[in-house]
Design a protein around this ligand. Structure first.
Ligand SMILES: C[S@@+](CC[C@H](N)C(=O)[O-])C[C@H]1O[C@@H](n2cnc3c(N)ncnc32)[C@H](O)[C@@H]1O
Length: 216
């Protein structure tokens, strides 16, 4: 089957900027107490529901996967960009990182205790988001959790440059409301949602959604 153009474009862009992105953001969580707190709440709830593997989807340089490991979770990363996966493996040799796309996960049904997607669904076009949430639902065990973090906005953005390099990358900023509705349509219920104002290093607000797959 031919790959959709948006996946090809996203992979090419992140392959181009992988090293720059890693350098800029690898230590960023240290300055983000709210994200760390939500990741800790997510980890506690996954553990209380029986644990199980946790997939960090769009894991990039692996900083979030590594943080989840430190929280005691059986976390592994999946990313579209081979360069990102190579960097993550090199930086965190004890953690598993696979190439793959959240649009078609190579994982069995009901096999995960949790999913984290931090700033990665921002590259999924609106009409593809129901398919992605259906994949989340398929691979999660009943009661499994999702932590979704994304920039809030109304208009998509097309960038032709990042870190001084030429890219062609689409960003889909969204309001939390429609995302919550799409999650509900997929059988994923929002347990907590947080809207964070931009800090001094950011331009737009961040939404953090903590979600549970319906079932026991
Ligand atoms: C903005 S970076 C965020 C990386 C990481 N989550 C973090 O917070 O540092 C977005 C990442 O999502 C990955 N990505 C984008 N679309 C994806 C898809 N369909 N499946 C898997 N990964 C994807 C990109 O390759 C990139 O590494």
């Amino acid at each position: 089957m031919t790959e959709p153009e948006f996946l090809h474009a996203t992979r090419t862009a992140y392959d181009t900027i992988a090293c720059d992105y890693a350098e800029e953001f690898s230590a960023e969580l240290e300055a983000k107490p709210i994200e760390r707190a939500m990741l800790a709440a997510f980890a506690e709830m996954v553990g209380a529901a029986g644990g199980g593997p946790v997939a960090d989807l769009g894991s990039g340089p692996g900083r979030v996967t590594a943080f989840l490991h430190r929280l005691g979770l059986e976390a592994f990363g999946i990313d579209l960009s081979p360069r990102m996966v190579a960097l993550a493996r090199q930086t965190y040799p004890d953690i598993r990182f696979d190439e793959g796309s959240m649009t078609a996960l190579d994982l069995p049904d009901g096999s995960l205790g949790g999913i984290v997607a931090m700033y990665s669904v921002i590259h999924i076009p609106h009409d593809q988001l129901p398919l992605v949430f259906a994949e989340f639902h398929r691979v999660l065990a009943p009661g499994g959790r999702v932590l979704l973090v994304f920039q809030v906005g109304d208009a998509p953005l097309h960038r032709t440059e990042a870190f001084g390099r030429a890219i062609a990358l689409d960003y889909y900023w969204r309001q939390p409301g429609p995302v919550v509705e799409l999650l509900a349509d997929a059988g994923l219920a929002v347990e907590a949602q947080l809207l964070r104002q931009p800090d001094a290093t950011e331009k737009v607000s961040r939404a953090v959604l903590l979600v549970r797959k319906r079932g026991s």
